[in-house]
Ligand binder design. Sequence first.
Ligand code: MTE
Ligand code: MO
Length: 429
Amino acid sequence: MSAPPVPPSRPRTRLDESAYDRRRLRQWLAGEARADGVSRRRLLTLLAAAGAATVLPAPGPARAADTPIVKPLPPEWFIQRGTNAETRWEALRGTGHHTPNELFFVRNHTTTPVLDAHDWRLRLWGSGLRGAPGEDRPVEFGYDDLRALPAVTRTAFVECAGNGRSHYTTQQGETVTGTAWTLGAIGVARWRGVRLADVLRRAGLSRYAVDVQPRGLDAEYVSGGENLGRVRRPLPLAKALDDVLLAYEMNGEPLPHDHGYPVRVLVPSWVGISSIKWVGDIEVSAQPLFSPWNTTFYRLFGPGHPEEGSAPLTRQTLKSAFELASGATFTAGEGRELHGRSWSGAGAIARVDVSTDGGTSWRRARLHDRPRADTWTRWSVTWKPDTPGATHLLARATDTAGRRQPDVAVPNTQGYLFDAVVRHPVTVT
Ligand SMILES: Nc1nc2c(c(=O)[nH]1)N[C@H]1C(S)=C(S)[C@@H](COP(=O)(O)O)O[C@H]1N2
Ligand SMILES: [Mo]
């Protein structure tokens, strides 16, 4: 492969990104962009009916019998939810900043494919690569080719857009579709791999490229009787060139099968669906791209949102969780340290306040990590309960972007981006 010239610089600010998404939606509605896997009529139907939750696709059926996940899922670490496994927060107590691979939550649309790195190829193709006009000019990389490129390591969370979804129902009485996660659809790992930007440049990125779309090698996803094809989601080029990795290591080990072996995309701070596992090809396009994962799914629909749905979701929201089981018990008169973690997709954590009396009074928590973007900050407070009975523990984070967890999250039909303070039930005996 010959060394490609440096591509033209692209807009990188967040304002540019949201303007870009709006422009892209307009282009698509005007029929100028290609929609891969969604008919334009179907999206228009969905947009028109976006207020009614019943017409939105139901989540895929849970697979019976044989588990779609390879690693062991001991019940003291995981809650199994269909094809997915949620990490129990009490299992994170004492695990350190990074989530051990064995404890990391799994979100699978279908089944973990067991792939062989020696046979694996990454194919880059599409109108956004240089080449003669109209010529499809695919470029391939093998596992060893990627490992031979400059490696980078970064700590980042992967968090499902639906993390905390069940609290729309339990705290706010809203009906939402999708996996009923509590707060355990997040993990933080130290990822090692190559910059997607380096691979795109080596593949011959053209100055006209606007979107890239990684696609997984797992099975095609069927939802509501419709085959939506392989899991894939477009990424604006500005983000793809910024901080996205093609990761082959997780916490110093080769990626486990369930987390994308041999190579996954890692998109820091964005919703988990962006971080495509088992990546097999990347379309590089000179036109905006669409897939069901940025049209039907991973937008906000419902009252309080634009009629055509929000722009495709990008950054994660702000959350906090206690490293405690729901319904944990405490003894009156005994002092205990309460531990938890807070994180944001918009920046580092600035402060965390905790209430041990259901939200009446608040105390500032002590932070145990130097707060950083793209990962969580651990914290603690001491608590000596004096009255037996049931109560709620609450934690409210503020981030460096000035966001603060509200009491109530603005609902959406698919229950994404829950950010309200969660009321954690405990009992004092
Ligand atoms: N190929 C592929 N990539 C995927 C998915 C999938 O089902 N198939 N699930 C996505 C979703 S919705 C999330 S939240 C994250 C979860 O990553 P994890 O299973 O490593 O925790 O992977 C994303 N990447
Ligand atoms: Mo997700």
